[in-house]
Design a protein around this ligand. Structure first.
Ligand SMILES: Cc1cc2nc3c(=O)[nH]c(=O)nc-3n(C[C@H](O)[C@H](O)[C@H](O)COP(=O)(O)OP(=O)(O)OC[C@H]3O[C@@H](n4cnc5c(N)ncnc54)[C@H](O)[C@@H]3O)c2cc1C
Length: 382
């Protein structure tokens, strides 16, 4: 990827993608692989440094789900793309994104937890999904770090994890190889639309003449203006999530481990992530004492041995959330050339491969894949 600092005078492109998080980067790769040239990714800060960097990298559509719907279908489809996605990225860049297919555990501590896990087990088994029921001893045999208070657990052998920061490095590198242009440190301020067609974007460093724009700006999506046209009222709210990181050598767990209050993510290099919070505090990025205390107590409830591990890092990021919590993927009626890929909320790492594919196919083939109405930007048309 050619990296430049600013948008030059009289700049043109075939496609502009606003935002180089996991979503924008994955779409850029997919478009270039489908033959699109003159693609410009415009990034306010540094690529992948926001929610995509803060995330836990859990790829787990099944762990919290008790019914079939369009979102569950989309999430499973994206998870199932991951093994090939990871393998291709390794071939393209040499970067191993550490896709870990050990699986996910969900623990039950109380009779209420047990009843909920039992319902989930019966429903998912009835649907033919891969799921296993474990009693407390079986859970501890599998993961000896797990508390003696655990009375039962579900194991989801097909719910995976990926090292999301390595994923970002791989995506940046592959976009470089593909010749996409990355403009770092430039902010898109407004979309320009004339006679029902996109005709450009106004940035902090100049105008870009372009007829296809993908808005992949995560939690900042609603700050981009569109003075020329009435667009659906897409309100994306930042939902702060705090994370803690412990150092565990040797690593204390192999699975991603959930309780009803949070999760642990063991990384290959000995980091053990613990998350998270969901806070409606605008773009206030701090890690708070309350957040740290809540996450620590959740982590100790799962694995009391964490009390002996040093905490080596903490951070916070902004999940992009639409009012109904669903992603916003698709086009706007009556506006040619405008695509949205935002609002991925708690699942943007999981949903990146399918979002990249859907948007690239829609731009290149001119048709939006069926079955995505639930995610259309048009649902916010007033
Ligand atoms: C603590 C935490 C834990 C999470 N854990 C998981 C998990 O385990 N699994 C999972 O699947 N998901 C998880 N998520 C959610 C996931 O991180 C997000 O859904 C995903 O990263 C969204 O990707 P994105 O590219 O849309 O957003 P971002 O990564 O935020 O990228 C958007 C980019 O757009 C840029 N931008 C914004 N506005 C403009 C503009 N006007 N001009 C130019 N650039 C602009 C920003 O600078 C940013 O780089 C977690 C999130 C958090 C915060």
């Amino acid at each position: 990827m050619a990296v430049s600092k600013t948008v030059g005078p009289n700049e043109t492109a075939d496609v502009v993608i606003i935002g180089a998080g996991v979503i924008g980067l994955t779409i850029a790769r997919a478009l270039a692989q489908r033959g699109v040239r003159e693609l410009m990714l415009i990034e306010r800060g540094r690529p992948g440094a926001e929610a995509s960097w803060a995330a836990g990298g859990i790829l787990a559509p099944q762990v919290e789900v008790d019914h079939q719907d369009d979102f569950f279908q989309l999430a499973c489809a994206s998870r199932d793309l991951y093994p090939e996605f990871a393998e291709q990225l390794k071939e393209e860049t040499g970067v191993d994104v550490e896709l870990d297919t050990t699986g996910t555990l969900s623990l039950g501590f109380t009779s209420k937890d047990e009843a909920e896990l039992r319902r989930r087990y019966e429903w998912q088994q009835g649907e033919g999904l891969e799921i296993e029921w474990l009693n407390g001893d079986e859970a501890r045999q599998l993961e000896p770090c797990v508390s003696t208070e655990v009375r039962c657990a579900l194991r989801f052998p097909r719910d995976f994890q990926v090292e999301n920061r390595r994923l970002i490095s791989a995506l940046v590198r592959t976009n470089e190889e593909l010749g996409n242009q990355l403009v770092n440190g430039s902010s898109v301020q407004a979309l320009r639309i004339r006679h029902g067609r996109v005709c450009g974007v106004e940035t902090s460093s100049g105008f870009v003449d372009v007829s296809v724009v993908v808005v992949a700006a995560g939690a900042w999506t609603s700050l981009i203006e569109s003075p020329d046209a009435r667009l659906p009222a897409i309100t994306i709210e930042p939902v702060r999530g705090q994370m803690l990181c412990f150092h565990a050598r040797p690593q204390i767990a192999r699975h991603v481990i959930y309780s009803s209050r949070g999760y642990l993510v063991p990384r290959r290099d000995g980091r053990l992530l613990a998350g998270s919070t969901a806070e409606h505090v605008g773009f206030e990025r701090s890690v708070t004492d309350e957040g740290v205390d809540a996450i620590k107590s959740m982590a100790l409830e799962i694995a009391p041995g964490i009390a002996d591990l040093p905490m080596i890092d903490s951070w916070a990021g902004f999940r992009p959330r639409a009012p109904d919590g669903l992603p916003v993927i698709g086009t706007c009626e009556g506006i040619e050339g405008l695509f949205y890929a935002t609002g991925h909320y708690r699942n943007g790492i999981l949903l990146a491969p399918i979002t990249g594919k859907v948007i690239a196919d829609a731009i290149v083939d001119g048709v939006m894949r069926a079955g995505l109405n639930a995610f259309s930007p048009e649902r916010f048309r007033e």
